[in-house]
Structures are given as C-alpha cells and as structure tokens.
Design a protein around this ligand. Structure first.
Ligand code: SF4
Length: 212
C-alpha cells in the first residue's frame, strides 16, 4: 500500500525589521542605560512624525538570536543600571511573534516598548506578558483631533490602554501627552490627562512638540 505523507511546513522563524540601533541612551526611553531598537512600519501617519523614513525604510530582517548577538555588548551596562532594550519605531507592537522568541534569550535586562497602542487587542494581551515597561505615546484622547493629527481613527487606543493598566499595573505604564502646535491646545492636553487619571494612569508626562 502506498502511503501519502502529509507535507508539514516548518514555521518560519520570526524576524524583526531592524531599521536602526542606538546605544547608550539615558533618561529618554526607560530606566538605566538602554539601547533603542527601531523597527520599520507604523499604522499611523502623524503630521509631525520625526521617524517618517521608518515607514518605508529598507529594514534588515533579523532573527532573535541575531539581534541578541548585536546588543549583548552592553550587557554589563544594562545589568548595572537596570536598563536594557527599548523597542520603538515605528510601532513596536507590530512584532509580537519576534518578542515571544526573543524573551527567553534575555536575562537580567529590562525590556520596554514604545507604542501608540493603536494595534489589535491581541497584540497588547501578548505584549503585557513580555515587556517590563510600556511608554505610550497617546497623542490626545479627543477622537477628532487624533484623526486630524495621525490620519487614522483613534480605534483601539482607549480600550487597549484600559486593558494594559489592568493587566500590568499603572506603575509599569508611562503615558506621554504632547501639546501639538496647530492640532491641540493646553485645554485638550488637560482633558486628556484628566481622562487618563480616571482610567487609572498614574505616570503621565506632559511635554510640548517643538516644530523647527
Ligand atoms: S506613531 Fe510615531 S512613528 Fe508612527 S507616525 Fe506617529 S510619530 Fe511617527
């Protein structure tokens, strides 16, 4: 009897679209000395985006082991300062399969994600188990201003933020609220901050975009 052997396709190893690495950062993206790992791709199109080039960047697809090999040179800095890797971009939470494969390689480093949270809820649920800290660039919680500034509806941002605060606790979520020239004003930033506090956010950073 001739048996038919089912062909099983091996699952491809997840890759991160690496656009840039910036070492030895302090005070800008999480505690301690960090390396910023910038990935290509973002669902938004913010009017003042300083990373527009990342949207279409010719990224280098790296495996978890390849990235680990490149960043481990700063192991001592990360461990002695409580720092580690901060994933940004672009939108960091587009690459959850990659982080799930990377996480077991990381020991004693802090993993942070910079995110706009305008991603499917499933990505946030999975990310909550992988990252030590989230830096949320919320823009504004006013749907009309959000759409005008980012080019996209506010979508899942508010439910995702509520979920994240509940899942990891407010101390692990820093929410950044900008004053955006020509798009919002102090009253809008004030309203957004109030709404964030009502949602349970305790770490809120207000700042102003400087347009040159
Ligand atoms: S979320 Fe960030 S990377 Fe994406 S378009 Fe806005 S500013 Fe640029």
């Amino acid at each position: 009897m001739i048996g038919l052997k089912a062909k099983t396709k091996a699952k491809a190893e997840p890759r991160f679209p690496l656009a840039a690495l910036a070492r030895h950062r302090m005070g800008s993206d999480g505690r301690g000395v960090t390396t910023l790992v910038a990935g290509a791709g973002c669902p938004l199109r913010c009017a003042y985006c300083i990373n527009k080039w990342l949207h279409e960047a010719k990224a280098e697809p790296v495996t978890p082991a390849e990235l680990y090999r490149r960043v481990r040179v700063d192991d001592l800095y990360f461990r002695s300062t409580g720092g580690g890797l901060t994933f940004g971009g672009g939108e960091s939470l587009l690459h959850i399969d990659f982080y799930e494969a990377l996480r077991p390689l990381i020991k004693g480093w802090r993993l942070s994600a910079e995110t706009c949270l305008n991603v499917p809820k499933e990505s946030v649920v999975r990310a909550a188990k992988l990252f030590d800290e989230f830096i949320v660039d919320v823009k504004t919680l006013d749907p009309a201003i959000y759409r005008r500034y980012t080019g996209k509806p506010i979508g899942e941002v508010i439910p995702n933020l509520r979920y994240l605060i509940g899942a990891v606790g407010p101390e692990r979520v820093l929410v950044r609220v900008p004053l955006i020239p020509d798009y919002n004003d102090a009253a809008d930033a004030e309203r957004t901050e109030r709404q964030l506090k009502e949602m349970g956010c305790t770490r809120i950073e207000r700042f102003e975009y400087v347009i040159r």
